[in-house]
Design a protein around this ligand. Structure first.
Ligand SMILES: Nc1nc2c(ncn2[C@@H]2O[C@H](COP(=O)(O)OP(=O)(O)OP(=O)(O)O)[C@@H](O)[C@H]2O)c(=O)[nH]1
Length: 331
């Protein structure tokens, strides 16, 4: 074999160092996120954790214990269906493993909850279309505009170029919020004074195509599922996007505020009926003790939970990972 030159050896060493460094950075970033997730879920964990600690403190597993567990899960906003499902699963685990002591229920519950919410863990892959068009919907104040800013930063971090469509033409402040954010981060924002949402999205897609942009993030105005004319209007936005690109939109995200608890389930159903959702974003998990709502969502219909938000900071939105979530929720 030919002897390697000095430069070949040097390049090899440098490459190894860069790989090791990249791994260190990725690991550190994951640890920071796990810490944030834990801190963010503190309110839910404090409530749930204290109640579970009292239950799992000791003694025998009996019917009274199951009843108390049922109450704890319901008050953590898991909802009736998810609670019934979890209790059944926990009972099965107890009988299969021959568990007797209450302290052993913790592991059984964690296993059952992880299995229930695991189908929601499907990260968004923004490949296959250029531009990849992501339409963002939700009720007023759910965190749509803020999440779009965070997502733009997240995708830029993956080396993608991003263009924002200020499709929330109803709230002038939303357009300004997006424009200011775009300016700070060197991201083009397509907006119109008083224009309609569908027209802004149409223009944005054409602009993105002309500029060779990878991803279009389209904001829309907040609306309640009961405002039927506004639900019709958002269905029109989707149809107009498909006129600009017959393959789009490639992702239709519903942004949900975790504080709404069980009400989130109705929002998912109504927006799914109107738009055919492909993904969810759950924001403000940091401000609520209702983090259990994820279980309710999973039980109703496992629409992928693409991202969860645990704060107002630009890096406080990340892909959802079921096991991390359960670890942060139940110690
Ligand atoms: N604590 C916390 N606050 C958040 C999070 N995500 C968004 N917010 C805050 O929620 C508030 C509303 O966010 P917006 O992004 O303006 O909501 P929107 O859905 O665009 O609102 P409309 O345009 O009125 O429909 C802002 O003050 C955000 O900073 C989160 O994960 N945690």
């Amino acid at each position: 074999m030919e002897e390697k030159s000095f430069w070949q050896k040097t390049v090899e060493v440098l490459n190894t160092d860069v790989t090791v460094l990249a791994k260190d950075v990725a690991q550190a970033s994951k640890e920071v996120w796990q810490y944030k997730l834990k801190a963010g879920l503190a309110k839910t964990r404090d409530k749930l954790g204290k109640e579970l600690a009292a239950l799992f403190g000791g003694g025998q597993i009996d019917e009274d214990l199951y009843e108390e567990l049922e109450t704890v899960l319901l008050t953590a906003d898991m909802g009736v269906d998810a609670t019934v499902h979890l209790l059944k699963d926990v009972r099965q685990r107890v009988s299969l493993a021959g568990l007797k002591d209450a302290s052993e229920l913790r592991g059984a519950l964690k296993g059952a909850l992880t299995d229930l919410i695991a189908p929601l863990e499907k990260p968004l892959v923004v490949e296959g279309h250029k531009p990849f068009i992501i339409m963002v919907a939700g009720v007023n104040g759910a965190g749509k505009t803020t999440s779009i800013g965070k997502l733009a930063k997240y995708f830029q971090g993956q080396g993608k170029s991003v263009l924002l469509a200020a499709g929330d033409t109803f709230r002038a402040a939303a357009r300004e919020q997006l424009a200011a954010w775009g300016e700070r981060n060197n991201v083009t924002v397509i907006a119109q004074d008083g224009g309609d949402s569908a027209a802004v999205c149409f223009d944005a897609i054409n602009a993105a195509r002309a500029r060779g942009i990878d991803i279009v993030l389209a904001d829309t105005a907040g609306r309640l599922p009961t405002q039927l004319h506004l639900m019709d209007e958002i269905a029109k936005v989707k149809r107009v996007i498909a006129k600009a690109d017959p393959t789009g939109p490639h992702e239709i995200l519903l942004v949900l505020d975790a504080n709404t608890g069980q009400n989130a389930l109705q929002q998912v159903k109504a927006f799914d009926d109107a738009l055919g959702l492909t993904g969810l974003v759950l924001t403000k998990l940091d401000g609520t003790a209702k983090g259990g709502v994820i279980a309710g969502i999973a039980k109703q219909k496992a629409i992928p939970l693409r991202f969860i938000g645990v704060g107002e900071g630009i890096d406080d939105l990340r892909p959802f990972e079921a096991a991390d979530y359960v670890d942060a929720l139940i110690e």
